[in-house]
Design a protein around this ligand. Structure first.
Ligand code: G
Ligand code: MN
Length: 394
């Protein structure tokens, strides 16, 4: 299987041709077949290293098809060429994990060159997915106190929601809310382009309040067992009465604190650990869950684990996206999972971009996860539709 061979099962010849052209440009030999029988024949005879599958073709029972591939010990990298937004996709995504198939991801149509190239080269990337309607024209955009203040009063900030999933049962446990700026001229801005400025101007506190309001309103519409995870910067703990703010909005939106996970980053930069202990204990007493975000990076440390009352540890995506090829990353994930377990904390991984990462995390004992493999961060209405489709399989 060392040759670069792509076998495409697709009944839409335009889509097949488009993928084929790009794959050939990347040095692949390509074959296109239009129905499952000839696909299986080619798979056995030709031994493709990569497979592009349209599982929504009318003649295919997608789960049975995946089971056939799994029982044939299929090691090929699989790209799903349709299905985003379809009801079949969640079933397929979970079946691939159960059957240990290597699904690299699902392509939006028409396929984006860079994303297809990354899937064909079995790579993962920090920013590959952001170009789908996100963060365009970044360079022409100047962020400062006044533009942020205007955007707050124009309600231009909102949250995108990414599901968090129990990797063993496949159930959704909740969503992380990720801040987005809907800029009228330049489109959707990611936090990287404004959060550090908001920290300098002190507006991080206002933005946190915006996030709490949006996040609580969102889960208020969902089943009561679903949680919302919100990112809280250390500065917010130090400079405002977060406990009072959360109390107020829990009351206003009728949200139980146990449904709220506060993801804290950079608490190690807090000068006053006593103050942090005091605030975090108050939050814990009320029932809020506290999570250490980006665990394993420079800003979080094991010292915080013992001094502060965290209940969850979130493995940074830099380890998760690389664990497939790096034994060091795998070791970090394995030992972090054990550490969480021995401290009685739960463990969640971010940055799951393919089924191999989900399979590996499960094997290493990490119970929860989120990432592009399951779903990208989505606007509220998309997230609600996604959840309904996901829940249909249970
Ligand atoms: O550190 P924090 O938990 O806030 O990080 C969440 C960030 O990670 C968000 O900006 C989100 O868009 C991004 N993200 C979510 N899923 C994935 C993924 O599967 N891969 C990568 N590289 N980034 C992801
Ligand atoms: Mn986070």
């Amino acid at each position: 299987m060392s040759a670069k061979r792509l076998l495409i099962l697709e009944d839409d010849i335009e889509v097949a041709r488009c993928i084929s052209l790009q794959a050939e440009a990347l040095g692949f030999e390509v074959k296109i077949v239009e129905e499952p029988e000839s696909f299986m024949q080619e798979k056995h005879m030709w031994h493709p290293s990569h497979i592009a599958l349209d599982l929504l073709m009318p003649l295919i029972n997608s789960v049975a098809f995946l089971e056939t591939l799994a029982s044939a010990q299929c090691r090929a990298s699989i790209i799903l060429t349709s299905g985003i937004g379809s009801e079949a996709l969640p079933v397929v995504q979970l079946a691939a994990i159960r059957h240990k198939l290597n699904i690299r991801g699902t392509l939006h149509l028409p396929p984006n060159n860079r994303i297809l190239a990354s899937m064909l080269s079995d790579q993962v990337s920090e920013d590959l997915h952001t170009d789908v309607g996100e963060d365009s024209l970044a360079s022409s955009f100047v962020v400062g106190h006044d533009t942020i203040a205007d955007a707050i009063s124009n309600q231009a900030f909102c949250l995108y929601y990414q599901p968090q999933i129990d990797l063993y049962s496949g159930q959704v446990t909740g969503f992380e809310g990720l801040m987005r700026w809907q800029h009228p001229q330049t489109g959707i801005k990611l936090p990287e382009s404004f959060i550090h400025i908001a920290e300098q101007t002190g507006q991080i506190i206002d933005l946190t309040e915006v996030a709490i309001i949006h996040g609580f309103a969102f889960i208020g519409k969902l089943d009561a067992h679903l949680s919302i995870a919100l990112n809280i910067h250390a500065q917010v703990l130090q400079e405002t009465d977060l406990v009072a703010m959360l109390d107020r909005y829990c009351h206003q939106y009728d949200i139980q604190p146990a449904r709220v996970i506060l993801e804290l980053t950079e608490t190690s930069t807090m000068q006053d650990i006593k103050q942090a202990q005091h605030i975090l204990s108050q939050l814990k007493e009320r029932g809020f869950k506290l999570s250490i975000d980006d665990f394993g990076t420079g800003y979080s440390s094991t010292a915080q684990l013992t001094q502060l009352p965290f209940s969850e540890l979130k493995i940074d995506k830099s380890f998760v996206t690389t664990m497939e090829f790096s034994s060091k990353s795998r070791k970090v994930v394995a030992s972090t999972t054990k550490l969480a377990d021995s401290l009685g904390m739960s463990c969640i991984a971010e940055g799951i971009e393919n089924s191999i990462a989900a399979i590996g995390l499960r094997e290493l004992g990490c119970r929860y996860g989120q990432g592009y493999y399951f779903a990208r961060p989505m606007p509220e209405s998309t997230a609600i539709a996604w959840l309904a489709a996901w829940n249909k399989q249970f």
